[in-house]
Design a protein around this ligand. Sequence first.
Ligand SMILES: [Zn+2]
Length: 214
Amino acid sequence: MSALLDLTGRRFGRLAVIRRAENIRGRPAWECVCECGDARAVSSSSLLHAGTQSCGCLCRERLSASAKVSSKTHGRASTSEYRSWCAMKSRCLNSNATGFDRYGGVGVTVCAQWLGSFEAFIADMGEKPTPEHSLDRWPDKSGNYEPGNCRWATKREQANNRKDNNVVVYRGRSVTVREIAAAAAVSRTAIVRRVGRGWDAAKAIETPAMRACR
Ligand SMILES: [Zn+2]
């Protein structure tokens, strides 16, 4: 266990750290006051590693600014993509966000380039093909938000990815769990469960099942 780094008095963007707060999911957190006047608890890791810089007002402001700009100038500018970018960051970083339990709460992260820059995100992802497309982690649906593991997909494509075609990257190749389970050391369910817990695909596939205690 490492010693707790005291962040009292530090500033992170618009956030000023006031004092220690109750832990968030067992991890140290700090009571912060935002320049907009909102107060909230933010974890050490969000402040130090994830680039959290406001209570969420920064994202909201840029979103409404970009909506104004896009309605005036470019017809189909990046408002919808910007909203996706904000929502992605929010479900991974903001412990109060809807869905945090299934994202940030289980260790899903956003890569550093995308965290800090919407422009980097849009340069890698391009625009949504249609308004029906949303951001999907693929081929590794348990993986992180980063180049190479994200696509714009329709609801139907995402459902396929979830239901019968859990895809893992194994030895440099995208394969469905169903395909690989035939040759694996353990059952398909065990592979899905292990990968869901954050195991590397090769380890999940090759590690034999635990034997019951004798
Ligand atoms: Zn704020």
